[in-house]
Design a protein around this ligand. Sequence first.
Ligand SMILES: Cc1ncc(COP(=O)(O)O)c(C=O)c1O
Length: 170
Amino acid sequence: MEKWGGRPDILVACIGSGSIALGLFHEFIKDEDVRLIGVEAAGFGLDSGKHVATLTRGDVDLYHGAMRNLLQDEEGQILGPHSIGVGYVGPEVSFLKETGWAEFHTATDEAAVAAYLRLCHLEGIFPALEASHALAFLEKLCPTLPNGTKVVVNISVVEIKMLPLYSNTN
Ligand SMILES: Cc1ncc(COP(=O)(O)O)c(C=O)c1O
């Protein structure tokens, strides 16, 4: 806000359980001038059964004492997730969906990896694969926006450690 002299237009964050997104969104919830966008992992595709699109494809149910979106089978058992999430989101995130105060989209594994490589090449920044889902959604989002739209993307990064090339155990 200091840099731009005002509020951003759009905030984008990946959604696994939702805590990273809430950290970015919370000051702007119910702010009608700021669009909040969460991006879930569509894995191999929403119809593949190999995804963790909890808000897009999950049901609202009770788990660990809270109403929230879950990926579950017909008997209510939590489904094993594929990709970045655990298969359920925090209740606050489900509330953002129910109220329409935030919107939720998905990005596939393939799109996330492509976005990961793009940021590495263009900026020398190594985003986490989770955050790469948010980056991937920019490919769809940005062409729809007028020039000058202020978009903030929450990026968690990979810590690069210098590993020894070999170790001498003698
Ligand atoms: C590096 C990194 N970025 C983003 C996320 C997604 O965060 P959340 O589960 O809070 O939505 C995770 C979750 O494990 C993570 O490890």
